[in-house]
Design a protein around this ligand. Structure first.
Ligand SMILES: Nc1ncnc2c1ncn2[C@@H]1O[C@H](COP(=O)(O)OP(=O)(O)O)[C@@H](O)[C@H]1O
Ligand SMILES: [Mg+2]
Length: 647
């Protein structure tokens, strides 16, 4: 329950809609409640006419008036409940928007480490389920259950006026019903959690398989994948059977109890009417009121069912929302708040003037306050934080005794110590798995060193705001990761506002222009998920163009041309050489020829720095580089492959 209250607090910008829904529910209930009174009155009038105490003409006029009043009340009820339903729909949709946007905002700012341990499809499945279940519940509450509950409270008061034993019986029904339902709940929720886990795992695998369908097909693993998938879903059948038997068994007990209580209620009403304590009209009134009170009790079990799903959903939701972000990410989030409520404006339903306190500008203001003290109240200050200037004369990049491990256990990097001066070109050479890409990850601040420090332009990298740090570094990753969409969008990913001329120029320098223009749509060509419709070499050239357009002072190339054939590589290399001119560059090469011109080479062995020196120095030192050169000239590609090096 507390987690549902949290959802309400979390979406307090919807307060006007909540209020509208509650007002509509009260009015619906009031309009609905007048009907039994009118019918009761009509019954008395009719029985008066039948007994001859009221003249027929008067009685007819009265009952016609009453019928008209019933019509009015029912029309009002219809209209108001539909207006309330409209507010309920808008409210639940805006709630979904807020919850989804904040979840995405949160995910985008979680540390790289968190993503290392998650599977994309599972994250998505969990998000969809939890948010759908929360919003379904609120929709149900607002569309019907709220007015039913209000009706019930009114019925309790009215029945107390006519006959207190009825009230007592009704008062017994509710707590017993809730108690019986909560007995059901514990087991039900545990089983639901088991089912969700299986479904989430299956969905995660599903997304992964679809994303890499080529591999699946080539290894003829369709059947195996399908079997895994159906096994997980089938396992939820058994759980559902147990869950549902339990639920329905408990429901029989609950409903039988309800029937018993209503036996007492009807007995009291009928006997007292016969004894003359109630008129016929009062009897009709009370029977109708009791029926009205029964509706929420009967639907309570499925309301509670939906509430349980919503509670489970909101727990899942907040589990992610509470994952600590590191304070540096928190600062970036606070500086560029994404207003979740804004996203609703497109639908034209949001109120534009919603004020939001400073502390809630991003999800962390809410859920991660403890992890991100910087986020509350300081968003404005952070948005205007000054750009940190380079320390004059300091190296652009420096690793100072860096030890690093991805997980607890063995270090991947040991005592890494080097610096790159302004305008210098440095190459990293070493065995595959030796930690070259890891050095890039640390430089980008994707992970923090376990010991030592990474310094950028003279400041400890951990002191630099992440957006400022990362805007200084242009990277071509080892796996040229592109997005679905057009070629133009991909090249301009880092600078969506770039002009066509700039995009063209970047593509030309990456030697991508020629092949792009061969596509029927040219730069507007859609390239499929992760750029699947391009060849590896084409993808790499787009990734190079993307980095060229970013025009960052530091350039990092992680085997940026490994997927290119020698001819294309030479051409791209020309573009890169031009780009590197006067720029600080860190190059992880897969071909020794491309690094012959660098200022210094750093060789890595098992996460240790082996040697640092100019190509000429290292060529004769007998170290890794010299061995590689020798291997290359002897043409032993088998040994070279171990070093991610080709001849
Ligand atoms: N996200 C990760 N989580 C755990 N271990 C990783 C991760 N990325 C790389 N590693 C491990 O770190 C080591 C160095 O990897 P990497 O830096 O990619 O090597 P390379 O020199 O080939 O670029 C490897 O043993 C690899 O298994
Ligand atoms: Mg690598």
């Amino acid at each position: 329950m507390s987690s549902l209250l949290r959802i309400v607090r979390f979406t307090r910008s919807l307060a006007p809609l909540y209020t509208a829904v509650i007002i509509a529910s009260v009015l619906t209930a009031v309009a609905g409640l007048t009907v039994p009174f009118l019918i009761g009155h009509a019954t008395d009038t009719v029985s008066g006419a039948v007994n001859g105490t009221t003249p027929t003409g008067t009685a007819v006029r009265t009952v016609l008036l009453i019928a008209a009043a019933v019509l009015l009340a029912e029309l009002l009820n219809t209209v108001i409940s539909n207006v309330g339903g409209w507010f309920g729909d808008v409210m639940s949709n805006r709630m979904r928007t807020i919850l989804s946007v904040r979840y995405y905002d949160k995910l985008l700012h979680l540390p790289q480490r968190w993503f290392d341990g998650e599977i994309t499809g599972t994250i998505v499945a969990r998000l969809n389920r939890s948010i759908t279940e929360i919003t379904n519940f609120t929709k149900m509450m607002s569309n019907s259950f709220a007015s039913m509950l209000i009706t019930t409270v009114a019925v309790l008061a009215i029945s107390a006026w006519y006959a207190w034993p009825l009230t007592v019986l009704l008062l017994i029904v509710f707590p017993v019903y809730v108690w019986l339902t909560s007995l059901t709940s514990v087991k039900w929720q545990r089983l639901e959690g088991e089912k969700n886990e299986q479904v989430d795992i299956a969905s995660g695998r599903f997304a992964e398989v679809v994303g890499q369908i080529r591999v699946v097909k080539s290894f003829v693993r369709e059947r195996g994948e399908l079997e895994d998938f159906s096994r997980r879903f089938r396992s939820t059948d058994a759980t559902t059977r147990a869950q549902s038997s339990h639920w329905h068994r408990m429901d029989v007990i609950r409903r039988a109890f309800l029937n018993l209580i209503f036996f007492g209620i009807y007995a009291i009403i009928f006997v007292r009417t016969v004894q003359g304590q109630f008129t016929l009209g009062e009897m009709v009134l009370l029977v109708q009121l009791m029926t009205m009170a029964k509706a929420p009790v009967e639907s309570m079990s499925w309301v509670i069912d939906a509430a349980q799903r919503a509670i489970a959903g909101s727990k899942d939701y907040f589990r992610v929302m509470e994952t600590p972000v590191d304070p540096r990410t928190a600062a970036v989030m606070a500086a560029r708040p994404v207003d979740a409520a804004d996203a609703g404006h497109a639908g034209g339903t949001a109120s534009a003037e919603e004020p939001r306190p400073a502390g809630t500008t991003s999800s962390i203001g809410e859920a991660g306050a403890a992890a991100a003290p910087a986020a509350s109240g300081t968003a404005v200050a952070l948005a205007e934080r000054p750009r940190i200037e380079p320390v004059p004369g300091a190296p652009v990049v420096a690793f100072r005794g860096v030890d690093f491990a991805y997980e607890d256990g063995d270090d991947v990097l040991h005592g890494i110590d080097f610096q790159v001066d302004r305008g210098e070109k440095i190459a990293l050479v070493g065995e595959s798995g030796g930690g070259k890409s890891t050095i890039v990850n640390l430089l980008l601040g994707l992970y923090e060193p376990r010991n030592g420090a990474v310094e950028v332009v003279g400041h400890p990298s951990s002191d630099l705001p992440l957006d400022q740090l990362r805007s200084r570094i242009g990277v071509v990753f080892q796996d040229a990761s592109l997005f679905s969409g057009t070629i133009r969008e991909n090249i301009a990913y880092g600078r969506p506002e770039a002009s066509d001329e700039e995009v063209l120029e970047a593509a030309r320098r990456a030697n991508a222009d020629a092949f792009i223009l061969r596509f029927p749509e040219g730069y507007e060509q859609v390239i499929g998920e992760r750029g699947l419709k391009l060849s590896g070499g084409q993808r790499q050239r787009i990734a190079v163009a993307r980095a060229i357009l970013k025009d960052a002072p530091v350039l990092v190339l992680d085997e940026a041309t490994s997927a290119l054939d020698t001819k294309a590589e030479i051409q791209v290399q020309k573009g890169l050489d031009q780009l590197m001119a006067g720029r600080t560059s860190l190059i992880i090469a897969h071909r020794l020829s491309t690094i012959a011109e660098v200022d210094r080479i750093i060789t890595l062995r098992d996460g240790h720095i082996d040697e640092i020196g100019s190509p000429a120095q290292l060529a004769t030192s007998g170290g890794i580089y010299a061995q590689l050169l020798a291997l290359q000239s002897s043409g032993d590609s088998r040994k070279l492959a171990k070093f991610d090096i080709t001849g």
